[in-house]
Design a protein around this ligand. Sequence first.
Ligand SMILES: C[S@@+](CC[C@H](N)C(=O)[O-])C[C@H]1O[C@@H](n2cnc3c(N)ncnc32)[C@H](O)[C@@H]1O
Length: 418
Amino acid sequence: MSSARENTVLKLHQLFNRHQMSLDSQETAFSKMLFATACRHACSLQKLIASFVHKKIPAKYQQAETILLTATAEILFMDSPDYAVINEYVNIAKKHHLTPLSGFINAVLRNIIRQKETLLKNYRQIFFPPSFKEILSLDYTPQTISDIENASCIQPPLNITVKQDSSSWAQTLHGTAIDSQSLALNASGKIETLAGYKDGLWWVQDYAASLAVKQFSNLKNKRVLDLCAAPGGKTAQLISAGAKVTSLDSSRQRLETLAQNMDRLHLEPEKIVCADALCYLSEFQDEPFDAILLDAPCSATGVFRRHPEIVHLKTPEDIKTQATLQYQILQNIPSALKNGGELVYCTCSIAKQEGEQQITRFISEHPQFKIIPLQNSKEPNIITPEGFIRTLPFHFADIGGCDSFFIAKLRKELSDGQ
Ligand SMILES: C[S@@+](CC[C@H](N)C(=O)[O-])C[C@H]1O[C@@H](n2cnc3c(N)ncnc32)[C@H](O)[C@@H]1O
């Protein structure tokens, strides 16, 4: 049997060596927290550990580096008893054929524990590796990148969307109501045990993600196509607002999760369609929809606060590939949307290639679509000069920040130009 620590070491090793990660199903809450902590601190800890390691670790024992990284993250940033941690990691080393290095691992970790207080006092967290900074530098100034990094170093609060009455839920769950539907909670432990979860009265959703559906005009009785819908956070918002929703996704497995989520929430999409968005739209012959939500497949480079491994994984190539797919899906939207209908396009990517640039190009190539400028009285800085929403982790600082999302609202004008 693998322990949570061992799983974390293996998963980090896969991450840093760019192997396919495959351990999700075995994860426990502890393992998730340890993995996220190690990813968030990896750049600083690699430097810190190097100052304690005075010989080169042979290539065949490379996994020792991941063991030291995971153990140091746990020693410095989690509440585990120090010496128990050493024993655990030395045993993991032995189990993974690193017995010749077990004494060395033991000695390095003991030295780190001895100097723990000083190390923490002088600690400066670096979250983004150079490769991720390069991605950001295509779109943001060094000052903005530094602000993004500083705002992202902490474990973000849990955000939820409620069916109704966020202020009374704020009291029940000891959280903060952000608006009439969203809350920030400092809850730790199992989400399933919180009041209202089992009864299906709320769902987990980052505040920035919740803003996309909130941009539609009145949705009551409107036929809405939710393209790329699984696991269903935005479908749930659309149905709660009174829309008749067709939820489409290309992943059967993720649609099963969507169906389970809708069961728990007692919300029913009108249709659930398992299809590639591109095929579905290019063959579309039905009555056009009143509104379309395209939460497009993307690089996910905007959700590194909650998935810190992303900063170590993503490349400019990932952004380019997703931008091409988004462009193709967008090209096929017009015939599926009624004249006068609204299109909300969003991505959880921080790259402007998948957001601002994508929609600017779409508008220039489809003059029948007009930008509806968005507003936000709580955080006006999220509105771009074009009238789009671009959230960054330092926005909504009073509720613990948010993920980076891009949102645009467009209207398809009547064909005769009215
Ligand atoms: C960002 S997630 C959607 C999140 C969802 N809208 C929500 O609020 O819960 C993107 C989704 O796009 C789906 N997807 C990726 N490529 C697709 C394609 N070509 N056609 C349809 N769905 C696709 C993925 O399976 C994934 O579920």
